[in-house]
Design a protein around this ligand. Structure first.
Ligand code: PLP
Length: 422
């Protein structure tokens, strides 16, 4: 059965991994002679044929630079690039397509906000409010900008179970008249904690602070609407949502983007250039200096179509919630296994450790069984310290994973315990 979307005419199908798996060529390969069990989706997801084909089709049929060419190929490439922007705006509930800025990934999107908005506006004594579970992408840029501006970083604490202590915003005066920016992850890539971002954004707005959401782990898994969230900026990567590598999105409230200075200078982002000074193009082009990743944007739009054809984000979230519940149950039942993070609702992943087995050794052992999991600090070193570990293993799920794959993971972990005499 094909799941190639055809101009929105196909009736939505339920998210059935047994059916959808055939759309992903890589899932039929073997690793060390075993069928691939790909459980590293929080790092990057695999790509369905429709995405691979959409990207290849750009190069095959209408590769050209966008916006500037006055010829048919250029016009077709521009139309496809701008149609991709519009599709992504609709997908995230953005009423104005000008809010969608194409970047390389979530990291670049977050840096753009930190450097172009934060660095210009933060003053000594201002505060930037983060959480201890941020990915380095939403921590290090703020550290750099705080060091330049004299702003101070503060952190909303975690509760012992791994939830964010959102009550501390008001109770401990964390959000106050000095707070200029609140930048939080929507879904932790380690704990799976889902942040109640709409609540945080409302509180930030009431305090006159800007609200930035790192949605790298939520856009691929949950229905999401930037208008309902009420944030000022939202960042995500295409490659974690079945799209190509090298394309990501910064969504910004248009009035915020208008007031933000450019991040990169060069072609495309200017209106008029003199030898000594320049004026800027309108948003979003003001932030898209140089030749963009046209094929990446078109591939990302194909991924959005694909998510719809798989039943939509509600169906995908329901499937992944079932998988995650199964994984948590299975892992928590295993002897010597510690699973980190709160109970449901949580993101589609489980970070865990097996007593007496280093997570790197475990990942290598699992790989011999064809199972791909992540092991390490997951770009969240402060969180590792908070948990009192140097590293964890992490299994992360997507629309094509099955409960049977989680059972394969369980069996392999049991064999690893024996092998390592744990
Ligand atoms: C929560 C979170 N934020 C940001 C990122 C950075 O994404 P990228 O490396 O695609 O920029 C990741 C990647 O794992 C992540 O999990």
């Amino acid at each position: 059965m094909s799941h190639r979307p055809t101009a929105g005419t196909e009736a939505p199908v339920a998210c059935d991994p047994d059916v959808l798996r055939s759309d992903f060529p890589i899932l039929s390969r073997t690793v060390h002679g075993r069928p691939l069990v790909y459980l590293d989706n929080a790092a990057t997801t695999q790509k369905p044929v429709v995405v691979i084909e959409a990207e290849a089709d750009v190069y095959r049929r209408y590769n050209a630079n966008v916006h500037r060419a006055i010829h048919t190929l250029g016009e077709e490439a521009t139309a496809a690039y701008e149609a991709a922007r519009a599709k992504i705006a609709t997908f995230i509930g953005a009423p104005d397509v000008r809010g969608v800025v194409f970047v390389r990934n979530a990291t670049e999107a977050l840096n753009l906000v930190a450097w172009a908005w934060g660095r210009r506006r933060l003053r000594p004594g201002d505060e930037v409010l983060l959480t201890p579970m941020e990915h380095h992408s939403n921590l290090v840029p703020w550290q750099l900008v705080a060091a330049e501006t004299g702003a101070k970083l503060r952190f909303i604490p975690l509760l012992p179970g791994g939830e964010l202590d959102q009550g501390a915003l008001a109770r401990d005066g964390l959000l106050n008249e000095r707070t200029r920016i609140v930048a939080v992850t929507h879904a932790s890539n380690v704990l799976g904690t889902i942040t109640r971002v709409a609540e945080i954004c409302a509180a930030a707005r009431a305090a006159g602070a800007l609200c930035v959401v790192d949605a790298a782990q939520s856009v691929p898994h949950l229905p999401l609407d930037v208008t309902a969230i009420g944030c000022d900026f939202l960042a995500f990567s295409g490659h974690k949502m079945y799209g190509p590598l090298g394309i990501g999105v910064l969504w910004g409230r248009p009035e915020r983007l208008e007031e933000t200075e450019p991040f990169f200078g060069g072609g495309e982002m200017i209106l008029r250039v003199e030898l000594e000074c320049s004026t800027w193009n309108e948003i979003p082009y003001k932030f898209e200096a140089g030749t963009p990743n046209v094929a990446g944007a078109v591939g990302l739009a194909a991924a959005v179509d694909y998510l719809r054809a798989c039943g939509g984000m509600e169906a995908i979230a329901a499937h992944e919630a079932r998988l995650t519940a199964h994984a948590l149950e299975v892992l928590r039942d295993l002897p010597g296994v510690t699973v980190y993070g709160p109970p449901a609702p949580r993101a589609a992943l489980a970070a865990f450790n097996v007593a007496g087995v280093h997570p790197h050794d475990l990942a290598q052992f699992l790989d011999r069984d064809g199972i791909a999991v992540r092991a390490g600090h997951h770009c969240a070193q402060p969180l590792m310290r908070h948990l009192g570990v140097v590293a964890t293993a992490r299994a992360s799920f997507s629309l094509y994973n099955t409960p049977a794959e989680i059972d394969t993971l369980r069996d392999s972990i049991l064999r690893a315990r024996e092998f390592f005499h744990a």
